[in-house]
Design a protein around this ligand. Structure first.
Ligand code: UDP
Ligand code: MG
Length: 331
């Protein structure tokens, strides 16, 4: 029930039978790679499911020739759906818009820059055939990324793991194959700040990791400068943790201990040394009230955290299956 506004969909799109596989590809300023991406994606899909697939490209308000190129690809290739957003909304929302529209029985999410090899599709499909609901790519190695990017990413995933109760797998991105029931569950999460890989982790189901070597970008440069990475990190942490709101509680506890210490010291110096009159009481009172204020903030934090989580409007739990005896059978 996430909110996207779509124009009336082309009749030809609605009339198509539901494909076995959908591939959702967000693209922002990817004119250097998009033709090659399409060539390799199409070949990888055809190798696994024949012609029974659709590739949904979501143009995230590119400023270069990505959109005209996508329109041209869609005109040429009957398996392509080109979706153009009205402006740049960011990777996670572009991906979500594509997920909203795609119709396949299984859904592959992949970046447009060929860092995640489309040829792994066969192996991912095999894991789902073997009983998995979600197969996510786990980067065992990252080629062609700066030490800074690799370092910050590694640190980020570990901090995130510490802060959240949801088990968000480390070193994974949005390269992931899921089944339709999983996607339908995901679409019931209406929150607007979306950290998609975290949302999939939150859903549960039977999740399986597929280790792979993350390749160098085929061409062009990263669309995730530091500022966007930070925003993603904040979305991730606030999306799945209220731990930062509890920081005040720890500060209050520390402040209280300090207040006791300072109070004792102040009383001691008042008794045994010659101090300025009023010093002891002022220091003691300041320390005590500071920790009382922090305690109040911590209490507010607890309530705000609960309101915040409730405001996300997530379902309370997800029922994976319901089993009864097939009708007509005896006891
Ligand atoms: N992307 C997008 N909108 C944005 C930024 C990125 O749709 O505002 C797409 C981009 O085209 C690519 C994917 O998100 O398909 C991941 O971006 P990128 O490869 O630049 O990130 P990195 O791999 O460097 O983290
Ligand atoms: Mg990339």
């Amino acid at each position: 029930m996430s909110h996207f506004v779509f124009p009336p969909l082309p009749a030809a799109h609605v009339a198509r039978p539901l494909p076995r596989l959908s591939v959702v590809v967000p693209a922002y300023n990817e004119q250097e790679v998009i033709a090659e991406t399409h060539r390799r994606l199409r070949a990888a899909c055809a190798a696994v499911v024949g012609e029974d697939f659709e590739i949904v490209y979501v143009n995230d308000g590119s400023r270069d020739d990505t959109w005209p190129m996508l329109q041209e690809i869609a005109a040429r290739d009957g398996n392509v759906v080109a979706v153009g957003l009205s402006r740049n909304f960011g990777h996670q929302l572009a991906l979500s818009a594509g997920l909203e529209l795609c119709r396949g029985e299984r859904i592959l999410m992949i970046d447009a820059d060929l860092q995640d090899p489309p040829e792994l599709l066969g192996e991912m499909m095999a894991r789902i055939d073997a009983g998995a609901d979600i197969v996510y790519g786990k980067r065992s190695e990252r080629l062609g990324e700066t030490a800074f990017k690799r370092g910050t990413a590694a640190a980020f995933y570990r901090v995130l793991d510490r802060l959240t109760d949801v088990d968000i797998p480390t070193d994974t991105g949005d390269f992931r194959l899921v089944t339709r029931p999983v996607l339908e569950a995901l679409k019931q999460l209406p929150e607007s700040h979306r950290f998609v890989r975290g949302l999939f982790a939150w859903l549960g189901f039977n999740q399986v990791a597929l280790p792979y070597v993350r390749q160098e970008r085929f061409a062009g440069e990263t669309k995730y400068p530091l500022k966007r990475m930070l925003r993603l990190a904040v979305d991730a942490i606030t999306g799945f943790s209220t731990v930062p709101l509890r920081a005040a509680l720890w500060l209050a506890a520390i402040g209280f201990v300090v207040a006791l210490g300072v109070g004792a010291y102040a009383v001691g110096s008042w008794l045994f040394f010659d101090t300025v009159r009023g010093w002891a009481s002022i220091v003691g009172v300041i320390a005590l009230f500071a920790s009382a204020q922090l305690l109040c903030l911590a209490i507010l934090g607890e309530y705000i955290g609960r309101m915040f989580m409730q405001a996300k409007g997530r379902p309370l739990a997800i029922v994976r299956e319901v089993v009864v005896q097939a009708s007509g059978q005896s006891r």
